[in-house]
Design a binder for this molecule. Structure first.
Ligand code: ATP
Ligand code: MG
Length: 285
């Protein structure tokens, strides 16, 4: 049987969530971070642990068939890969930021300025598209201190909460791209391997769909069922079961977390009782 090789970050911000996503999808990886390559006991997959910078190249060369990496790394590196699926974690953006004392008015401000970044290619493309000519200085880390020490006039870097910028006296002025972890794939994969990728994607989707959803059960006078269904519009129609006690029904429904309390209050108001809220592990449609 064919085995697929998946590259994930060996350590860093994407490592734990990559492994957790695999586990939720029923793919457990042998615990040994010291090894470069680990197998799964329950799925035809091998996991290759790499620096995130090396994942696009490994997948493009076919050293790994698929990989989990930030979209920012895919955009920065010159390697051709397919971006197969967004994974919903590792969210961040790549932004230009200037010292807060600067009189910044428009992107034209960057003309003739020195910008420090670890993402020179993405920045070069942005400047080109916007007719800006600035000096791009590539540095590997601690980009945010470059203006403080006089190495640059501004920076282009990863931002998530913005706390690091504030600490260093910088203000975000242009968001150039949004990023999150994505599943990437080699462009020339055998049909057999593609099938395994589809299987993985099917499982990832079931996990994703269940995120932010709750399974809710309650008892309700049967003559209130129509009203209950009206409170739950947009959802799949609820399951109604008769209870042993005459005139009472049990109603089962999946509710989005963000609407949970509002819906429950509405249901209580029409006489729902014994409401149970359960976590949902997977949703397979
Ligand atoms: P490696 O040792 O694998 O090269 P790294 O230091 O380059 O790791 P991390 O800091 O672990 O990378 O970040 C990995 C990815 O996490 C980033 O490329 C980005 O896609 C995502 N990310 C999400 N939020 C942030 C953030 N606040 N800062 C940096 N990266 C973030
Ligand atoms: Mg890196």
């Amino acid at each position: 049987m064919e085995t697929i090789r998946l590259a994930i970050q060996a350590k860093g911000r994407l490592n734990e969530e990559s492994i957790a996503l695999l586990a939720d999808a029923g793919i457990s990886i042998e615990e040994s971070k010291r090894k470069l390559l680990a197998k799964s006991g329950d799925f035809p997959i091998e996991v290759l642990y790499l620096r995130d910078d090396d994942i696009p190249q490994a997948v493009s060369m076919g050293v790994a068939d698929i990989g989990i990496v930030g979209l920012n790394e895919v955009a920065e590196k010159p390697y051709e890969v397919d971006v197969v699926h967004k994974l919903g974690f590792g969210g961040c953006r790549l932004s230009l930021a200037v010292p807060k004392a600067e009189q910044y008015d428009s992107p034209k401000w960057f003309d003739g300025k020195r910008i420090a970044t670890s993402y020179p290619k993405i920045l070069e493309r942005y400047f080109k598209e916007n007719g800006i000519s600035a000096e791009i200085h590539e540095i590997a880390g601690s980009v945010e201190v470059a203006p403080l020490v006089g190495m640059a006039d501004a920076i282009f870097d990863i931002v998530s909460s913005g706390g690091t910028l504030v600490k260093n006296g910088l203000v975000e002025v242009v968001k150039v791209m949004d990023s999150e972890a994505v599943l990437i794939a080699n462009k020339q994969m055998s049909a057999e391997k593609k099938k395994i990728v589809d299987q993985i994607l099917f499982r990832f989707s079931a996990v994703e769909r269940s995120k932010g959803m709750k399974y809710v059960l309650m008892n309700l006078p049967c003559d209130k069922v129509d009203e209950a269904v009206k409170i739950l519009p947009g959802m799949k129609s609820p399951t109604i079961l008769a209870l042993a006690q005459e005139g009472w029904c049990s109603l089962h429904v999946v509710i989005r977390d963000s609407e949970l309390w509002e819906k429950i209050e509405g249901l209580k108001a029409i006489g729902a009782e014994d409401i149970l809220v359960l976590s949902l592990e997977k949703m397979i449609l």
